[in-house]
Design a protein around this ligand. Structure first.
Ligand SMILES: Cc1cc2nc3c(=O)[nH]c(=O)nc-3n(C[C@H](O)[C@H](O)[C@H](O)COP(=O)(O)OP(=O)(O)OC[C@H]3O[C@@H](n4cnc5c(N)ncnc54)[C@H](O)[C@@H]3O)c2cc1C
Length: 316
């Protein structure tokens, strides 16, 4: 059976794996401890935070059709947060956590978590993968890379650079705040016009979350984060807390939990402009949200296209 390695267990890599699973010998390599990538959930005592993607929308029929069984199984549910304009309020989230969708997608797929692919080299008709201690991860007939372009270039080497040129992922800071009291404000999500804060949400207002505690997720503007990505973290956190207070009147400086996460490759400033990059000769595909845009649906579309393209390798 044809063997295919997929690097990355975010939604794009898992979608590619789902489409190939019954026809090929698929192995997904994921550097983190769990699946989900930027749809992950962070745990801190009893508090849980969707600290990456906040929600998703389904604009295409294909993605809606894909979501339906997960909606039927209560793994995906609508979320219409108070505070956003009526015409932008209708969103979906995974339940009970954002990582629940990728966890469900990963069922039955061979995912090697905690395994960072350091290098992928093509020689004599096969891809040779090795990890960060130089150990071989095996040989594969085909390779799909779904890591953000800057990371994909490290794995694939300099020669891939011109093909991925133009894709640019930029940073984001996410502040996770846990409050012991119940939420009593009249908003559940805000998308302010502000130099520092780009988004704030009451995570605990999403369906299926624990409402005994209040969890807030405050995300920076991407451009601000890109400018300050190497700044002192305490300074970044203080700036965000102060901007949040100016916006909402709420002082979170003495919250039970306040912790900051930096996403180096959060969102896509400029995408490739097509659903995948593929190199037929070497049976290589680069997919992920860098191809069509920094949204969950776009990442899924790219992963779906990658799976369909790789399926053609199996019959040629
Ligand atoms: C802060 C933030 C807020 C966002 N908000 C939204 C939102 O509200 N709505 C929305 O639609 N989208 C949002 N997005 C974007 C959305 O999360 C992404 O577009 C989507 O999840 C990307 O999926 P992916 O599979 O392409 O990449 P990823 O989810 O990043 O998956 C790639 C995977 O590759 C792994 N990997 C990387 N390098 C290696 C390696 N060398 N070896 C092994 N594994 C490796 C990574 O660990 C990761 O799990 C947000 C993103 C961030 C960060």
């Amino acid at each position: 059976m044809t063997s295919i390695a997929i690097i990355g267990a975010g939604i794009s890599g898992l979608r590619a794996a789902q489409t190939l699973q019954s026809q090929a010998n698929v192995t997904v390599f994921e550097k983190s401890r769990g699946v989900s990538g930027r749809m992950s959930t962070r745990y801190n005592d009893d508090y849980e935070f969707d600290h990456g993607a906040q929600y998703f929308t389904a604009k295409t029929q294909e993605f809606s059709t894909f979501l339906q069984p997960y909606i039927d199984d209560d793994i995906v549910a609508p979320w219409t947060p108070k505070g956003l304009p009526e015409d932008t309020r209708h969103k979906y989230v995974a339940t009970p956590r954002m990582n629940s969708l990728c966890k469900a997608m990963a069922k039955g797929i061979n995912v090697m978590t905690g395994t960072r692919v350091e290098r992928a080299e093509y020689a004599s008709g096969a891809w040779d993968l090795s990890d960060d201690s130089g150990l071989s991860l095996g040989q594969f007939d085909g390779l799909i890379v779904t890591a953000p372009a800057q990371q994909a270039q490290v794995i694939l080497g300099e020669e891939i650079k011109p093909s991925l040129e133009g894709i640019n992922h930029i940073a984001n800071f996410t502040l996770m705040v846990g409050l012991s009291e119940m939420w009593s404000e009249n908003w559940e999500a805000l998308r302010p016009q502000n130099d520092i804060i780009g988004w704030a949400a009451v995570n605990s207002s999403k369906p299926g979350r624990n409402i005994d505690f209040t969890t807030l997720v405050v995300q920076s503007q991407n451009e601000w984060a890109e400018t300050h990505k190497d700044a002192d973290r305490e300074w970044v956190q203080a700036q965000m807390i102060s901007a949040f207070k100016s916006l909402t009147g709420i002082d979170i400086s003495d919250a039970q939990i306040a912790s900051l996460h930096r996403w180096l490759y959060a969102n896509v400033e400029t995408p490739l402009g097509r659903d995948i990059f593929s190199d037929e000769k070497r049976r290589l595909i680069v997919a992920g949200d860098g191809c069509l845009g920094g949204r969950i649906e776009s990442a899924w579309q790219s992963g779906d296209a990658a799976g369909q393209k790789a399926a053609l390798w199996l019959i040629s």
